[in-house]
Design a protein around this ligand. Structure first.
Ligand code: SF4
Length: 202
């Protein structure tokens, strides 16, 4: 981002720039001190895309799993984090999942926090999450999100929330760029959401 390496301790502050899917994973991890396999995979690859090194990723997960003894962590979870970084097994360099992948692969079952809240939450849970976790109080935005979701346009709902959450910054950017301001491209990747949010707020 600013050229400085990203540390495990910085993730909490950076989570204000996360899209709903990653914020939900982050908050669930903080609450349960654990995430199930697909949640860990989705979040690990996203954080890798944010710029967390494998050492910092291991520190992040080890400190987040406070109820897990160190030897159990090393035995059961360390390998998967290193695997996601291409350091174990077939040594494949995995990339962060796109919205399309998150929306279509492995729908979350009970007790799982991966997936896309716009697609996988009930209408009521999504509305509560947007209000309580993302601070979206405007009823017109909430109604718009519901219409997008009803029309199965999940990423449009996500972009609607992004535009609302960054409306002041987007307005200033348009004023600065004047007539040359092009229409913002639709976000189709969680890491794109994060980078755009960070850039607008910094
Ligand atoms: Fe995440 Fe994409 Fe869903 Fe937004 S649309 S919450 S970025 S998966």
């Amino acid at each position: 981002l600013s050229g400085e390496p990203i540390t495990a301790g910085a993730i909490e502050g950076l989570s204000q720039h996360f899209p709903a899917c990653m914020l939900h994973l982050h908050r669930t991890l903080r609450q349960n001190k654990h995430l199930k396999h697909f949640g860990r995979l989705q979040y690990t690859l996203f954080l890798k895309g944010v710029g967390l090194s494998v050492e910092e990723a291991l520190t992040f997960w080890r400190t987040a799993f406070t109820n897990t003894p160190a030897d159990k962590f090393d035995k059961e979870y360390r390998y998967n984090v290193r695997h996601a970084y291409g350091l174990e097994g077939g040594r494949k360099a995995y990339r962060a999942k796109s919205c399309q992948q998150i929306l279509t692969e492995h729908p979350p079952g009970s007790g799982e926090a991966h997936g896309c809240p716009y697609r996988h939450f009930s209408t009521d849970n999504l509305s509560l999450f947007l209000q309580q976790q993302m601070g979206i109080k405007d009823s017109a935005v909430l109604r718009g999100v519901k219409q997008d979701v009803d029309a199965t346009k999940y990423h449009i709902a996500c972009n609607r929330v992004f535009e609302y959450a960054h409306k002041e910054e987007l307005k200033k950017m348009k004023e600065r760029m004047g007539a040359s301001a092009s229409v913002m491209e639709t976000i189709i990747h969680p890491n794109e959401y994060f980078v755009r949010s960070w850039e607008l707020k910094n």
